[in-house]
Design a protein around this ligand. Structure first.
Ligand SMILES: [Zn+2]
Ligand SMILES: [Zn+2]
Length: 170
């Protein structure tokens, strides 16, 4: 669990959180990609003058993913600078608070696990490809067009492109 000791933060002003989360940690359950090794988190929590807590630093990991076009395994690297802002939930209204996350100022610790999980989801490119020129799979027979050509006749006028073209010509 990724927690910051609020008592220590009060006394010292800043608290560093340096952690390695193993790939099978429950915090990653339900994500659409797998980690190939631990997630490294190196952040520093500090108090902002307004009673907010700013957690800033870096997270990095290696991910095992699939090319969106040809389904080949691709190793993806996450190297993400992160800034997370937490404000006392009593000071936050129920309206949209933007990127500010509520926390319980009376608790002993601030749990940043969920916030880190959200940051990972935002940081990951959902449209990863093995290489920019990847030709993908034939939609008709499933042949990997990077390795072979197939006899299927491809309809070059994809209806989606037609719709786009019509929009452009307006
Ligand atoms: Zn590919
Ligand atoms: Zn084909």
């Amino acid at each position: 669990m990724l927690r910051i000791d609020l008592g220590r933060l009060d006394r010292e002003g800043t608290v560093a959180l340096d952690a390695s989360v193993p790939p099978d940690d429950p915090m990653f359950m339900g994500l659409e990609f797998e980690f190939d090794g631990p997630l490294r988190i190196e952040v520093q929590a500090s108090q902002a003058g307004t009673g907010e807590i700013v957690v800033r630093g870096r997270m990095s990991a290696r991910l095992e993913r699939e090319c969106r076009r040809c389904l080949k395994d691709v190793t993806d690297r996450l190297n993400h600078d992160v800034t997370m802002v937490f404000a006392d939930e009593d000071d936050l209204g129920s309206e949209d608070n933007g990127d500010v996350r509520p926390f319980d100022a009376d608790a002993a610790e601030l749990d940043v696990t969920e916030a880190v999980r959200e940051e990972i989801v935002l940081a990951i490119d959902p449209f990863i490809v093995c290489e920019p020129e990847c030709k993908g799979l034939c939609p008709t027979c499933g042949a990997n067009l990077n390795q072979e050509s197939c006899a299927c006749v491809r309809d070059e006028t994809d209806p989606r492109w037609e719709a786009l073209r019509a929009l452009k010509e307006e």
